[in-house]
Design a protein around this ligand. Structure first.
Ligand SMILES: NC(=O)c1ccc[n+]([C@@H]2O[C@H](COP(=O)([O-])OP(=O)(O)OC[C@H]3O[C@@H](n4cnc5c(N)ncnc54)[C@H](OP(=O)(O)O)[C@@H]3O)[C@@H](O)[C@H]2O)c1
Length: 352
């Protein structure tokens, strides 16, 4: 199953947050060539990808067999992260399964699927934990590993199971965006005493690369990654230590959470192209209620000893992640994490 050097990888979702980190990991030393799918090759993200070198862009949508076929053709490997927030859970599952089937038919030798935890199953099929964008990927992930029992010599396969990017806790318009209240960075989220297994995008690039570089061991593997399970009280403390700015976590009831900044989005479909009249389409509120319950009740696990072995220099704590970002921001002249934060500000719920 070993690739001929240099080998070519087709990436679906390459211009996205995850895909960009994965591609950087693949081409940084020119070991791999990447063909990345994008609906808009002239976009800022696509242009930035080609600037990395060893990257070409294929124009098109993943919801088109001819495009997928052209993408997989002549490639040794594939990294597929189908955007569930475009397609919605049901459509995502269809195109993810077709991607695997077309990849094997086109002669791809190793297929890595950008996966998320099958939270509903891990909870014992308890609907309080139903999270469409997790379950949609997680079901397909299990299906791929099952196919792999029969196909592993023809096309190897592995899952890279990630989780909420650490960046999400510090960015605007995410389910965990903090607000600045009287100068205090404040996370009001329904997490209780639970913890979120946040993933570092940079390390996702390393792990994806590891899977392609170590195919014999990786074949059939579900590599489930995270920095650590992040308790938000500790996240606020780390933020204070690193930036010097006051911060706090306030555990928030679900009703209050959904009456806050996300109120307008609560009843919208969790997938901008999903059919709102299809009864299988979850609303943002239902989807992200399950999401928070997964973390609040500790449903999702990680094997941190395995991650230490595979990636000895991995980012191991939210504080280390923050320190690296702080340094990077300064080196790039963007200022530290705390820039733009005014302790004098005393408004209600201004987003950080
Ligand atoms: N946000 C998180 O914390 C997180 C964590 C783990 C996993 N995920 C999962 O990752 C997926 C989204 O990827 P991302 O996080 O990298 O998001 P993102 O930054 O929003 O990127 C979305 C990517 O999907 C591509 N895309 C969307 N619709 C497409 C279509 N019809 N055809 C071809 N490409 C299409 C976009 O490409 P173009 O715009 O260039 O066409 C872009 O590369 C979702 O399924 C999400 O559940 C998210």
């Amino acid at each position: 199953m070993a690739f001929q050097d240099p080998s070519r990888i087709f990436v679906v979702g390459g211009t996205g947050a995850q895909g960009f980190a994965v591609i950087r990991g693949l081409v940084s030393d020119r070991k791999y060539f990447v063909r990345a799918l994008s609906r808009d090759p002239a976009s800022r993200r696509a242009t930035a990808l080609t600037a990395l070198g060893n990257v070409s862009i294929l124009k098109g949508t993943f919801a088109d067999e001819a495009v997928l076929r052209a993408g997989f053709r002549d490639c040794d490997g594939a990294y597929v992260n189908i955007d569930g927030f475009n397609a919605g859970e049901k459509t995502e599952m269809y195109w993810a399964i077709r991607s695997y089937e077309i990849a094997i038919e086109e002669g791809v030798k190793f297929f890595v699927y950008g996966n998320l935890d099958y939270g509903l199953k891990q909870s014992g099929y308890d609907s309080r934990f139903r999270t469409g964008h997790y379950d949609g990927k997680g079901r397909v992930g299990e299906w791929i590993l099952f196919q792999n029992q029969f196909n592993r010599e023809r096309m190897g396969a592995a899952l890279l199971t990630t989780g909420p990017y650490m960046e999400m806790a510090f960015s605007a318009m995410t389910p965990m965006t903090p607000s600045i209240e009287c100068g205090v960075a404040t996370w009001r989220v329904p997490l209780g005493m639970g913890a979120v297994p946040h993933a570092a995008l940079e390390d996702c690039g390393y792990y994806a690369r590891w899977l392609f570089d170590n195919q014999s061991r990786a074949n059939g593997m579900d590599l489930a990654v995270a920095i650590e399970h992040v308790e938000y009280g500790k996240l606020a403390e780390a933020f204070e230590r690193v930036t010097g700015h006051p911060a706090r976590y306030i555990d928030t009831e679900l009703d209050a959470y959904w009456s806050g900044p996300l109120k307008a989005a609560a009843s919208l479909p969790a997938g901008y192209n999903a059919d709102p009249h299809d009864k299988s389409t979850m609303s943002f509120r239902d989807n992200f209620t399950g999401f928070w319950n997964l973390w609040k009740f500790g449903i999702v696990k990680r094997d941190y000893a395995l991650l230490d072995e595979i990636h000895p220099t991995r980012i191991r704590s939210v504080e280390s992640w923050l320190r690296r970002e702080e340094e990077l921001g300064k080196v790039q002249g963007k200022g530290g994490f705390g820039s733009g934060f005014s302790p004098k500000t005393c408004s209600n719920r201004r987003h950080y």
